[in-house]
Design a protein around this ligand. Structure first.
Ligand SMILES: CCC/C=C/C=C/C(=O)SCCNC(=O)CCNC(=O)[C@H](O)C(C)(C)COP(=O)(O)OP(=O)(O)OC[C@H]1O[C@@H](n2cnc3c(N)ncnc32)[C@H](O)[C@@H]1OP(=O)(O)O
Length: 295
């Protein structure tokens, strides 16, 4: 029996329709094996509600399981990529807990923890997804928008983007990914702390300079075109090799060199036995392009 996420995906990606009743996330197969996930609440600048976070996880988990999917682009529909949490609808779940007189303080705290777990797991789904995820960011990328992209594998932006790690401005220490990942993404601790403490805006050039993004493009159109091109390039490679590479890079980031060398040799004990190695070597010798079965 198909899992919920696979069923949702099967009913949506193939028809290029949104993935849920709310329609807050859409999925298209833009090119063969390349899936495009769009945040789709443009009138609210793609701000996140709890339901939208839940839907994002269902979609990304579904793509992780979908053999045809080899690479993923995440972008935002409309004027902005993402202006963070929906300060009205997204905060209401939390405010309802504060106001619930049936809950004592210990139970309120546990309810809050459950919500934070749902949101963290939603964003972590990009990191855990075996397929590489490219975040293509334009206009606003604030608060929860940065939590989202720091969980992606590759970050590109258009020149018009404004970033802000904005959580301190709404009275909280960011708790759904940015503070836990950004030092592994950006190499400059002083700059990282400055933008986290001040919540100040910064643009594409600064993001590129400090390594939050790796490429910037003059327009959103160009951004999406290039993101698609890179996603297609990845999708044409051996999925065994690409997915093993993501798994190993993630493992190496969080473990010692010794441990990750051990990890990769154990991983490749089985993965080198796939036909992809021989296919690739044979094609290279014949100066031909190898093709690969889905995983
Ligand atoms: C506790 C759980 C963990 C999660 C934590 C997450 C934290 C964060 O994400 S912190 C960041 C929160 N976001 C903000 O503070 C941004 C607030 N928005 C703005 O400052 C401006 O909207 C912006 C500069 C992004 C754009 O300004 P612009 O003039 O171009 O557009 P607007 O007319 O303001 O916005 C268009 C409509 O979108 C609605 N909207 C924008 N941002 C939010 C938001 N964060 N929450 C809810 N709604 C938002 C805005 O109200 C407009 O709607 P409407 O009036 O119906 O047209």
């Amino acid at each position: 029996m198909l899992s919920t996420s696979r069923r949702l995906l099967a009913s949506t990606a193939s028809r290029c329709l949104s993935t849920s009743a709310s329609g807050a996330i859409t999925v298209n197969e833009d090119l063969p094996n390349v899936y495009h996930v769009k945040l789709n609440r443009p009138t609210k600048l793609n701000t996140f509600t709890l339901d939208m976070w839940k839907e994002l996880k269902v979609v990304i988990d579904g793509l992780g399981e979908e053999p045809k999917c080899r690479s993923i682009i995440v972008s935002g529909e409309g004027k902005s990529f993402c202006a963070g949490i929906d300060l009205a609808a997204g905060m209401s779940n939390i405010i309802n807990i504060f106001k619930n007189d049936d809950l004592d303080i210990g139970r309120k705290a546990r309810s809050l923890r459950r919500i934070l777990t749902i949101i963290q797991d939603s964003l972590t789904s990009l990191e855990k997804c075996p397929k590489p995820v490219i975040a293509a960011v334009h206009s606003h990328c604030l608060g929860a928008g940065i939590d989202l992209i720091t969980s992606a594998d590759i970050r590109y932006a258009s020149q018009d983007v404004t970033f802000s790690i904005k959580e301190v401005d709404i009275g909280l220490a960011a708790d759904i990914g940015t503070l836990n990942r950004i030092q592994k993404v950006v190499g400059n601790d002083s700059w990282t702390r400055e933008v986290c403490f001040t919540a100040r805006d910064f643009g594409a050039d600064e993001a590129l300079k400090y390594g939050l993004v790796s490429r910037i493009f003059d327009s959103q159109e160009h951004l999406l075109e290039k993101s698609l091109e890179v996603a297609a390039l990845i999708a044409a490679k051996s999925p065994i090799a690409v997915q093993g590479t993501k798994e190993t890079l993630n493992y190496a980031r969080d473990h010692s060199t010794h441990d990750s060398l051990n990890f990769v040799k154990t991983w490749n004990m089985s993965q080198l036995l796939s036909t992809d190695l021989v296919n690739s070597a044979t094609a290279a010798l014949k100066k031909e392009k190898a093709t690969y079965a889905n995983v």
